[in-house]
Ligand binder design. Structure first.
Ligand code: SF4
Ligand code: SF4
Length: 140
């Protein structure tokens, strides 16, 4: 089973189409929505975990791109400013997925953007604003 966390961006022309339903119906994929900003006649954004066999997954992504959905890995929407981060570890206490975690015995705070669920709890917790998210940016 292949599983990935993705950011899907919808233009206002397609935001009300049953695109996600089609992913389940026609491509045999399962999804878990982690974050949604969808409003009628406005650009929309979904962060979701998408699961299925690799062939189904690839066909589903192709379908999304054909209908005009911009698809990108969650990791592209978050980064850590390494200049600002002073390795305090506070963010590891709130990160629900282990994307931010402490490597022992070095006690180094590591960030694996592939594990991120886009909850943004680390952004609120980091006092020096080292965690930077761009999930909410609009379509170019
Ligand atoms: S809370 Fe901020 S400064 Fe502390 S380890 Fe996390 S990213 Fe770095
Ligand atoms: S947004 Fe921050 S706290 Fe939330 S899963 Fe991603 S790295 Fe962890």
């Amino acid at each position: 089973m292949h599983s990935r966390r993705l950011v899907l961006r919808f233009s206002k022309e397609i935001v009300d189409k049953p695109i996600i339903t089609n992913l389940v119906r026609h491509y045999n994929l399962n999804f878990n929505i982690l974050k949604a900003q969808i409003f009628p006649r406005k650009e929309g954004m979904l962060v979701m975990e998408l699961q299925g066999s690799m062939p189904d997954f690839e066909k589903g992504i192709r379908y999304l791109e054909e209908v005009g959905v911009a698809v990108e890995p969650v990791g592209q929407g978050i980064r850590r400013d390494e200049e600002k981060c002073y390795q305090c570890g506070s963010c590891t206490a709130v990160c629900p997925t282990g994307a931010l975690h402490v490597k022992r015995p070095e006690m180094e705070v590591l960030f694996d953007s592939e594990l991120c669920s886009a909850c943004e709890l680390c952004v609120k917790t980091c006092t020096v604003r080292a965690m930077i998210v761009t999930f909410d940016r609009t379509l170019a």
